[in-house]
Design a protein around this ligand. Structure first.
Ligand code: ADP
Ligand code: ADP
Ligand code: MG
Length: 448
């Protein structure tokens, strides 16, 4: 097992990884930017190294500085968390070249899945159903018109390098296609440094269902069942739960087996998530694979008892999976709410400022993953998510009641958060009935 790991991230996920390392008796190195001098992740780690100025490009995305920090401190492995370098094949290669283990899949698996258009092709070849659309990247406007009129509108334009809900545009009619193509290309170029787009048929009011998988370097694979992430705003997840009320044991098996088939096809050896859309007929389609630990991994940990981050570290060290498919049982129900520093009354504009006071919810079946504390100043440079509140209940109703109690208990003074908005979603009768779709917010919420 590794003796020392460098955590190349910040915020709640850096804290989450450092906690796993501590329990595994692995020493930790935190990196931080000049704006994160008072952050919890650097306080919890055994060592901390400043890697640059506040802007992510100069610190958390500063490859030479991060690799040097690992070399100087003698870290044998780097955990990238999510976002930043987690899905960057070049970074994984740079680690290997410097004899540092990248805690994630091999660079070629990241490459195969990171390009979303190519990933669909790989999935289709592995026998996994995919969303109908363009054959790979859109090569010309003419081709785009042909594909769209063949499938029928609406269609979706997606950046092949996209992620985090960005780089996606819905096109409702032929009249809009050529202008949307131009805008989407420019946006993708500036956001991801790659303007290539692909096209998909718009699935009507689908559910977002994803399957957690883990593979080791000895060819063993398990899936840990599904998460439902249909509650989204602007293609970004807000609430996630496990299991999904829409997934029968038969669908779960099919989705899980398809995810494992794809992982095998690319020689995947880490934790990863295969994302699907599930339509009203119970048919599911591959959307993309995230080759990293996901924000919402705790709901799966609650219902399976598997510590996903520890397992990820173990398989990176060359150990065999500690569980087999037979060991995986889904127990009870878990829900996660993403707590975001934003103002629901001002169109969810991000808020910054100092947390004057904080009182955390607790009690049976409650987990709070966060990097904030009383007195903490939220820097304006990074993601606005400040905490993840996760609860477990013996069934979905108990989980909802528990989440409502916890949201009401949670006191954060000094900044505005989306806690009240989360309570509105949870008390919506359609949410309670489990009638979810990715259109839930525009269709079921006021001002959505
Ligand atoms: P990202 O890489 O940003 O996560 P995804 O391809 O996973 O992008 O899509 C993000 C979200 O956009 C999905 O969860 C879903 O809500 C919506 N979406 C994506 N593709 C389609 C589609 N073809 N039809 C309907 N909704 C879609
Ligand atoms: P998950 O699928 O784990 O829910 P998200 O899609 O919400 O993850 O993204 C997790 C984090 O990573 C977010 O902070 C998001 O902004 C960031 N992220 C994901 N993909 C990209 C990308 N291609 N470029 C930049 N940031 C990304
Ligand atoms: Mg996605």
């Amino acid at each position: 097992m590794f003796k020392k790991i460098l955590v190349a991230n910040r915020g709640e996920i850096a804290v989450r990884i450092i906690r796993a390392c501590k329990e595994m008796k692995i020493a930790t190195v935190a990196i931080y930017s000049e704006a994160d001098k008072n952050s919890l992740h650097m306080r919890l780690a055994d060592e901390a190294i400043c890697v640059g100025p506040p802007a992510s490009r100069e610190s958390y995305l500063n490859m030479p500085n991060i690799i040097s920090a690992a070399t100087i401190t003698g870290a044998e492995a780097i955990h990238p968390g999510y976002g930043y370098f987690s899905e960057n094949a070049g970074f994984a290669e740079a680690c290997e070249a410097c004899n540092i283990k990248f805690i994630g899949p091999k660079a070629n698996a990241i490459e195969l899945m990171g390009d979303k258009a190519r990933a669909k092709d790989t999935a289709a070849k592995a026998g996994v159903p995919v969303i109908p659309g363009s054959k790979g990247i859109i090569q010309s406007e003419q081709e785009a018109f042909k594909t769209a009129s063949k499938m029928g509108y609406p269609v979706r334009l997606k950046a092949t390098a996209g992620g985090g809900g960005r780089g996606i545009r819905v096109v409702h009619s032929q009249d809009d296609l050529s202008s949307q193509l131009r805008i989407a290309t420019t946006e993708a170029e500036s956001a991801f440094g790659n303007g290539e787009l692909y096209m998909e048929k718009e699935i009507e009011e689908p559910r977002h269902i994803e399957v957690q998988i883990i593979g080791d370097e000895h060819g063993h694979y398990v899936h840990l069942g599904e998460r439902e992430c249909s509650i989204q705003r602007r293609n970004q997840k807000l609430i996630e739960e496990a299991p999904s009320v829409a997934v029968t044991p038969a669908i779960r098996n099919k989705m899980g087996e398809a995810a494992v088939k794809l992982a095998k096809a690319v020689g995947y050896s880490s934790v990863g998530t295969v994302e699907y859309l599930l339509d009203k007929n119970g048919d599911f389609y591959f959307m993309e694979m995230n080759t990293r630990v996901q924000v919402e991994h705790p709901v799966t940990e609650f219902v399976t008892g598997v510590d996903i981050v520890k397992e990820q570290i173990r398989v990176a060290a060359g150990e065999k999976l500690s569980v087999t498919q037979k060991d995986i049982k889904i127990d009870g129900h878990a829900i996660e709410c993403r707590i975001i520093a934003e103002d629901p009354s001002r169109n969810f504009a991000p808020c910054v400022g100092t947390i004057r006071h904080m009182a955390a919810p607790g009690g049976i079946g409650v987990r709070l993953d966060t990097h904030i504390y009383g007195g903490y100043e939220i820097p304006p440079y990074y993601d606005a998510m400040i905490a993840k509140l996760i609860v477990w209940g013996k069934d979905r109703n108990e989980a909802i009641a528990r989440m409502m109690r916890c949201l009401a208990e949670y006191e954060i003074d000094g900044i505005t958060t989306n806690i009240s908005y989360q309570m509105e979603i949870l008390s919506n009768p359609y949410f309670k009935k489990g009638e979810l779709s990715t259109s839930f917010i525009p269709r079921r919420m006021n001002g959505g």
